[in-house]
Design a protein around this ligand. Sequence first.
Ligand code: 4NP
Length: 152
Amino acid sequence: MKVLFVCLGNICRSPSAEGVFRQRLALRPSLQVTVDSAGTAGYHIGKSPDTRSMAAARKRGIDISGLRARQVTAEDFHRFDLILAMDRSNLSDLRRLDPGNGAELRLFMEYAPDQPLEVPDPYYGGEQGFEQVLDMLEAAADALLDELQAAC
Ligand code: 4NP
């Protein structure tokens, strides 16, 4: 199984999703999942995650400082089985780029039905937004991992 997390800039939500998912995946050694993240926009290509995202993740024992932003490519739709968007705008951008016959496209938060359906963009807000994003990503990551584990 190959999973790609996608947001707009690939510096806040999707690298955080990748970090959270990797941390929790490591607790389930029977699961083989390839994980990556990307942005629909190209503004931040090559950059490290936002310092606020790195700090919030670090507080939870997750190091995302080695990740570098990249933009979604047409190839991603064939390389990955599942592409998970952080919000509806990301999902509609992905649908527009999708050449078809490849990855399943979904909102990541669909996996956590007791949570809001969209991960809010924390970029222009305060530190609390980054904590809220991590709380939501943790819930969805655990739910997705439960589903993957049940299927194998
Ligand atoms: P992300 O957040 O999509 O969660 O990485 C954003 C990062 C940068 C911008 C917008 C959202 N920006 O406009 O530069």
